[in-house]
Design a binder for this molecule. Structure first.
Ligand code: PEP
Length: 250
């Protein structure tokens, strides 16, 4: 049985004050969340204090990226060991904004994935197609290619107990959510693709949906057979909205 996961991607939002307020709000509401695994992914500069605030609670903390190298002259990057040192358990890897705005290739994303795993950080591995790709009918091909880069480097076993976030790029931050059927189709494709290689890995793999998920649409999306939770951007910035999604996921 896969545990449902709700992860908040705060992106480049917040201040010392607002991060404190958001964490207080989420912590206050956590008593009503009993089944979902809840993860928050603040900007890197706030990771330490968010880990401190989350300490002793059920909330887990993730970074929004991770270096593909372990140590040394990589200005601006943050290593898996550093993330572990401050208390992170997860790292978002391959978010479409990193891929599109900062030129992260499938291969670099796969190397980041590998670095996370070999150092004990759990990847939340993001994949998804652009609107143009969807309209050209290549959604599954794109997702396949992105997953294959990780499998080529690490083998399918690297996805055992893993987390993939299917995030159609056209749905991210646009308010244009995929229909439950559209999302389920891609999730089923992803699980089927992995199952062809290793049925046990496919069974344990959690596949989150991301893209304009909110309190109003979360229940129906997460109710789909192959949707095991959500990666939430905009709606994770208000404790009330985020908690409502966590509750809907239960
Ligand atoms: C995201 O950036 O991962 C995301 C899903 O954003 P939003 O929920 O705002 O569409």
């Amino acid at each position: 049985m896969r545990q449902v996961m709700v992860a908040g991607n705060w992106k480049m939002n917040g201040s010392s004050e607002s991060v404190k307020e958001l964490m207080t709000g989420i912590l206050d509401g956590m008593a009503s969340v009993t089944k979902a695994e809840v993860v928050v992914c603040p900007p890197a500069v706030y990771l330490s204090r968010v880990c401190g605030a989350a300490d002793g609670s059920a909330i887990k903390v993730g970074s929004q990226n991770i270096c593909d190298q372990d140590k040394g002259a990589f200005t601006g990057e943050i290593s898996a060991d550093m993330l572990k040192d401050v208390g992170c358990e997860y790292a978002i890897i391959g978010h479409s904004e990193r891929r599109a705005l900062y030129g992260e290739s499938d291969e670099l994303v796969a190397r980041r994935f590998a670095a996370a795993r070999r150092n004990g950080i759990k990847p939340i591995f993001c994949i998804g197609e652009t609107l143009e790709e969807r309209e050209s009918g290549v959604t599954n091909d794109v997702c396949s290619r992105q997953i294959d880069a990780v499998i080529a480097l690490e083998g399918v076993e690297a996805l055992a107990d893993g987390v993939i976030a299917y995030e159609p790029v056209w749905a991210i931050g646009t308010g244009k959510v995929a229909t439950p059927e559209q999302a389920q189709d891609v999730h089923a494709f992803i699980r089927g693709k992995i199952a062809d290689l290793n049925a046990d890995v496919a069974e344990g793999l959690r596949i989150l949906y991301g893209g304009s998920m909110n309190a109003g649409n979360a229940k129906e999306l997460i109710g789909q057979q192959d949707i095991d939770g959500g990666l939430i951007g905009g709606a994770s910035l208000k404790a009330e909205d985020f908690l409502a999604i966590c509750q809907a996921a239960e």
